[in-house]
Design a protein around this ligand. Structure first.
Ligand code: EPZ
Length: 486
């Protein structure tokens, strides 16, 4: 069983024990239950809020998605602990079930056995909901010799091509074809993939994870260069190594993978969600509060910790996995200072915290520059003029809440509270996961009542965020509007 918080992969890992299920029969078997028509709940937040107390951080959504895809590489069962109860995970579990895997979920754990996979074509709604669903193409081609997968969905935050996945799989001996919105791939030799060399033009997280899974079952040695160094990539490598794979270099720019003919199921504990933790750190800052949180791996958030310290926050580490963020007036005075951000791949400033940080910057002093360099349309929560992007309707959302922001392409100039931003309650609409939660943060600091619609976007990646905020003293309600009779 993987050690919970050991974040460095030792070169010669202990031969892991294949997982055998000794736990009591699980509660629920995940199946394709007919969907009840959704009632669109909303959040109502009374602000300004002051937060206090301690919050528990859930397991990482993005690590869970990658590890669930990786269970397709493994013979026998895998057991994942600390899996967050969010809708993206449910969608991924449905995709695995659709393929023929047996997926059981109980108390934050999941057992997946993919020996029954008989279907290699993924043609279903869930694929359009999440980007992570596309990751299955690697394990399917590598273990079952072929795959037919819909082009992925997920957050509308810009162009999200899959060229690196397709070219990478070709470099591993797959014949890949994109036709009618589907990617068809099969092993050229009709048997399996072969080791090869591939340099990613951009250190894509998803492409790195997918090719790492494929290469783990390829015949021979694969060298992947300019790969992503995100912690989720390191978590996936650890799980694969515990399942019998030979991977070196996770967390660095290059991966060397010696393919194996078979991997076995293993047991793993999902690491804490660094983006959820970062979101709560920003919530403490925007409300001038002091809260602590655990479990957290501070080294995975060093960029944010530096920025919040620069702004004036006091960040204290109580023990290896507990952090306190204080922005109380007695410590910071009236306001935090603004700061500039440029998002970039890990260890740079995470693009998944950019919208939340922008909400904070509207409450700081001075003006701040925010440059989004990872996704070309992830400014939709703040754009006021220039490019008309499909998400333009959310443009007005932070401004409706009193923010003053000017955007040009992927650069935003955020004016602080002494330069015209003054957050007040209003009725706003979430358009994607992180953009949606940035509206929650703004609502925490806004004068009056903020109503956030389309919160299904937020539920995709945050487990019970309303209950966690209530626990910290926030007046937030999840309400299901009653359909008024016509
Ligand atoms: C992962 O997305 C995360 N999703 C994203 O989190 C996160 O924002 C992103 O990494 C960056 O950290 C999951 O892990 C499920 P990328 P991914 O491939 O893998 C370009 C959230 O909110 N690119 O690293 O899709 C692409 O256009 C989500 O939790 C190519 O050009 O991100 C983009 O500009 C949102 N060709 C850049 O790479 C390719 O083949 C980064 O994308 C693939 C990507």
């Amino acid at each position: 069983m993987a050690v919970f918080f050991n974040i460095t992969i030792s070169p010669t890992p202990k031969p892991p024990k294949p997982f055998t299920s000794s736990l009591s029969p699980p509660q629920t078997q995940i199946s394709k239950a007919p969907q009840k028509p959704q009632q669109n709940p909303i959040f109502k937040i009374k602000g300004p809020s002051t937060l206090s107390g301690h919050i528990s951080i859930s397991g990482s959504k993005n690590s869970s998605l990658a590890l669930l895809a990786a269970t397709l590489c493994c013979s026998g069962s895998s057991l994942l602990h600390n899996v967050p109860n969010v809708s993206d995970i449910k969608a991924m579990a449905s995709i695995l079930t659709y393929l023929g895997a047996k997926v059981e979920a109980f108390d934050g754990n999941m057992i997946v056995n993919s020996d029954g996979v008989g279907n290699v074509e993924v043609d279903m709604e869930e694929m359009k909901k999440i980007r992570g669903g596309f990751f299955v193409i690697g394990p399917l081609v590598a273990r079952f010799g072929e795959a037919v997968v819909d082009l992925p969905g997920g957050c509308e935050i810009g162009n999200r091509p899959v060229d690196l996945y397709l070219r990478g799989l070709s470099a591993l001996g797959a014949v890949v074809e994109l036709r009618d919105g589907k990617v068809r791939a099969h092993a050229a030799n009709g048997k399996g993939l072969a080791g090869g060399r591939f340099r990613l033009d951009y250190p894509s997280v998803g492409a790195t994870e997918t090719l790492m899974m494929a290469a783990s079952l390829a015949d021979g040695i694969t060298v992947l260069s300019n790969v992503a160094k995100e912690p989720e990539v390191v978590d996936l490598a650890r799980f694969l190594i515990d399942s019998g794979a030979s991977i070196e270099g996770a967390g660095s720019d290059n991966l060397v993978i010696r393919g194996k003919s078979q991997l076995h199921g293993s047991e793993c504990v999902i690491t804490p969600d660094r983006i959820e933790a970062g979101t709560f750190m920003l919530a403490a800052a925007i409300t001038h509060s002091c809260i602590s949180m655990s479990p957290i791996i501070p080294s995975r958030l060093s960029c944010l910790i530096d920025k919040l310290s620069e702004a004036g926050c006091k960040i204290s580490q109580f023990n290896q996995h507990t952090l306190e963020v204080s922005a109380v007036p007695t410590y910071i005075g009236d306001n935090l200072k603004g700061f500039d951000i440029r998002t970039s791949p890990f260890p740079g400033f995470p693009t998944d915290l950019q919208p939340q940080a922008m909400a904070l910057l509207t409450t700081c002093t001075g003006s701040s520059l925010v440059v989004e360099s990872v996704f070309d349309k992830r400014m939709s929560h703040a754009i006021s003029l220039v490019s008309f992007c499909p998400l333009i309707w959310i443009v007005r959302e932070l401004q409706k809440l009193g923010a003053r922001i000017r955007v040009c392409g992927s650069t935003a100039l955020v004016f602080g509270k002494d330069e015209g931003s003054s957050l007040h309650g209003s009725r706003v609409f979430a358009s994607d996961l992180r953009g949606g939660v940035s509206l929650v943060l703004a609502g925490l600091a806004a004068e009056g009542t903020t109503e956030i619609n389309n919160i299904a976007h937020i539920d995709r990646g945050y487990e019970n965020i309303d209950r966690k905020l209530q626990h910290l003293g926030v007046d937030i309600q999840r309400l299901t509007p009653v359909a008024c009779p016509l």
